[in-house]
Design a protein around this ligand. Structure first.
Ligand code: BGC
Length: 748
């Protein structure tokens, strides 16, 4: 019997090195299969379809679904499909897998899905979780996501999404880790480790798919699917590193993106998918296209027809086609005609089969299809507990005038706004498998925390985008009766996510009007923002006494918010995206360049890089986030003002909690390369530490910098560092802190 062991070439763990013979057996087994496969069977392994077998949903179009499901089973039996995605459940999974085992060569199916931030237990949207500045938290939530998803019969996760998002109009900002490369790299790697676990062959491990390769976040105008026109330096310096970090952490599949890059669609981009991915980085896994991305080469105007689209995508390096069916339809003929080499087809099939082997599917095709585990491992209480902790750690306190927060549990609260009792927009835009009924609303969370639930009055006040007749009057009356107003406003989940870009990233007008009316009562007003991106806050919302960014926090949203509102948890989140002053500042990111005419506050503004209507700064820049504690940073100190070419320096500061409350702070290390052969950003994050300090406690926070931290992509597209002066800060955000500087010396 074939023994499934991960190839040592695929995953570098010492145990596999000792298993050389078994690896050889595995390779021989796969080679044997490939020898016996027909062209169709090969193309079948490179084809994935939406799982109509498990989606056999009797409530929606029962006949259509049954027919599609039955047709698909026939395709699986014929060996014309290698993988299914976005189905759920052990029962249907066993049915589909048994069909695969009735095929001629009995090659098991691979079950993929988008389990972006939780299966049934929903964690904060990835952007929110990045605000925790705790990659280890993301690793834990990813682990639980994999435990639940594999219990429901899934092997392969279309996550993490690692696209850097510098334009908040783009709806898919919500799926990633924000605007910063360094933060994005750490979260990418952490999520891969969480999904894949110790060994892919384990029942509860899921193959990770960093996506969307590549530069999908750089779509022009922030419009989803739009063109990307980008310098090779920016591509390599900003958009590729989180992918590299994810592959270095062991990810063995990736998804080619929808966008074009400099005239060549990513899904037909050989430079990207083959030269960089395999040539430069040595990636050994497989590439799946995004949903019909091969078909879309025609609409891009890059391929004339289906056949050409298939050929271009395949020869560029897309191993597996998602949903279009183009590979099964056209690859066999392309090989027969000599337009696609058989050896290339075999290489792609081998990559897919190796991963099936690595997952243990040849040993046990029914792995992750165990109904006992399905009943036991999904939605456990400890998973909910983690969801609550993740929720509160993801909240960012933007503003807290006169320490209006935390609230007293005996105060009389008016909870106002369309999100007060809402339960449809707690999870966010990307949850296929969770039940909204199981999530805790804001009202339920606050009610459970209060000493006496009758102190809470709830008034909707407004719909999300339209006023309610008499809504504002009722809200104002409730505000007048209360000690404090908690205003739950923001975006519905349909305002972010795929194909949901916005031109004006503001709180919708009807809710803004509500906020203005509440503010006019003079009652203290706490804003709970629900959002899938950074927003441009205006008027009474911007000027509220306190603002908590609460994103879409998942199953435990209401409890997580209550924990922060009442001080059971002291907020510790920091922004992974800059909140601009105006939508028109987009794309806005803290690590922008200087320009030749930087506008410096206090100096004459004429002929300087600026807008007429708004300052250049953000309202709240990347890294900002308050706590109920107060932290004092001493001036930053360097171990030396000179760094030898192969040496290092230590940058440190002392941080003191000057308040009477224990709290956590994220100390951030930023660097600026003052002069270089390619202009450098005004600041770049190079490290951070989240520390916990008791009242009055101080801690020395230190970072070691080496030349590797000072590198950038030079004119010849290599990572280089250049001798010269560098500025450095340790700060509570990207626009604060005292500066020091040092010199990187020349190589001796
Ligand atoms: C999205 C991907 C997703 C795929 C499969 C596409 O529309 O862009 O992120 O993984 O669908 O559901």
């Amino acid at each position: 019997m074939f023994v499934s062991i991960v190839l040592s070439a695929l995953i570098a763990q010492p145990v596999f090195a000792q298993e050389a013979d078994k690896v050889k057996n595995q390779e021989a087994y796969i080679d044997g299969l490939i020898e016996r496969m027909t062209l169709e069977e090969k193309a079948g392994q490179l084809t994935t379809y939406g799982d109509e077998i498990r989606l056999l949903n009797p409530d929606i179009n029962p006949d259509v679904n049954r027919r599609k499901g039955e047709d698909l089973i026939k395709e699986v039996r014929a060996g014309r499909v290698g993988s299914l995605f976005n189905g759920r459940g052990v029962k249907g999974g066993r049915l589909a897998q048994s069909a695969a085992l009735q095929s001629r060569l009995k090659i098991p199916l691979l079950f993929g899905a988008d389990v972006i931030h939780g299966y049934r237990t929903v964690f904060p949207v990835p952007l929110a979780e990045a605000a925790s500045f705790e990659p280890q938290l993301a690793e834990r939530t990813a682990r639980v996501t994999a435990i639940e998803a594999t219990a429901a019969g899934l092997h392969w996760n279309f996550a993490p999404m690692v696209d850097i998002a510098r334009d908040q109009r783009w709806g898919r900002v919500v799926e990633g880790s924000g605007e910063d490369v360094y933060l994005g790299k750490l979260f990418a790697a952490a999520r891969v480790r969480g999904y894949q676990g110790e060994n892919l062959a384990n029942e509860d491990s899921m193959l990770a798919t960093p996506k969307h390769f590549a530069a999908y976040g750089a779509v022009s105008g922030g419009m989803d699917y739009n063109t990307v026109d980008i310098s090779p330096q920016t591509l390599r310096e900003v958009h590729l590193p989180p992918f590299k970090a994810a592959f270095d952490a062991g990810a063995l599949s990736t998804m080619s993106s929808f966008n074009e890059i400099n005239g060549v669609p990513a899904s037909a981009n050989r430079e990207l998918l083959t030269d960089i991915l395999r040539g430069e980085w040595g990636f050994k896994g497989f590439v799946v296209s995004d949903y019909t991305a091969d078909m879309e080469l025609i609409a891009h105007g890059y391929a004339a027809n289906e056949r050409e689209a298939t050929k271009l995508a395949f020869l560029a390096g897309v191993d597996m086609s998602m949903q279009s069916g183009f590979y099964i339809k056209h690859l066999p003929a392309l090989v027969k005609a000599g337009e696609v080499p058989m050896a290339a087809l075999d290489d792609s099939v081998r990559r897919v089969l190796r991963l099936k082997a690595a997952l243990g599917l040849f040993d046990n095709p029914y792995r992750s299809l165990d109904s006992e585990r399905e009943a036991a491992d999904i939605g456990k209480p400890e998973h909910r507990a983690l969801a609550r902790d993740a929720a509160r750690r993801s909240i960012v306190l933007l503003r807290n005038v006169n320490d209006v927060l935390p609230l007293n549990k005996t105060s009389k609260i008016a909870l106002i706004g369309p999100f007060a009792e809402d339960r449809h927009h707690l999870h966010g835009p990307w949850t296929l498998f969770a039940d909204a009924k199981e999530a805790i609303t804001v009202a339920a969370g606050i009610r459970a925390a209060l000493a006496d639930a009758s102190q809470l009055e709830i008034v909707q006040g407004s719909n999300v985008e339209k006023p309610i007749k008499g809504g504002i009057d009722a809200a104002v009356e409730a505000a007048n009766r209360a000690d404090v107003v908690v205003l739950a406003i923001g975006e519905i989940h349909e305002m972010s996510g795929e194909a949901q870009s916005r031109t004006d990233i503001v709180v919708p007008a009807a809710q803004q009007v509500l906020a203005e009316a509440i503010a006019a009562t003079g009652k203290p007003m706490i804003v709970l923002l629900r959002n899938g991106r950074a927003l441009a806050l205006q008027g009474a919302v911007r000027d509220a006494d306190a603002i908590l960014v609460t994103w879409f926090l998942g199953s435990e949203m209401g409890n997580g918010i209550a924990d922060v509102l009442f001080g059971d948890y002291n907020p510790s989140g920091h922004l992974p995206v800059s909140f601009p002053l105006e939508s028109g500042q987009q794309p806005y990111y803290y690590n922008h360049k200087s320009t030749g005419r930087p506008f410096i506050r206090g100096e004459a503004p004429e002929f300087k890089a600026r807008y007429r209507e708004a300052p250049n700064e953000a309202l709240y820049s990347f890294g900002h986030g308050l706590s109920y504690s107060k932290f004092k940073y001493d001036p930053v100190k360097l171990s030396s003002k000179r760094m030898a070419w192969d040496g290092s320096i230590t940058v440190s500061t002392r941080i003191t909690n000057t308040s009477s409350r224990a709290g956590e702070e994220v100390a951030q290390l930023y660097v600026r390369d003052r002069v270089a052969s390619s202009t450098r950003p005004v600041r770049e994050l190079k490290g951070f530490k989240k520390i916990r300090l008791d009242p009055g406690q101080s801690e020395q926070v230190s970072f070691t910098l080496t030349r590797a931290d000072l590198q950038f992509v030079g004119a010849d597209l290599q990572w280089i560092a250049e001798p010269g002066a560098f500025d450095v800060w340790i700060a509570p955000s990207s626009v604060q802190g005292t500066r020091e500087s040092f010199e990187l010396e020349r190589a001796k």
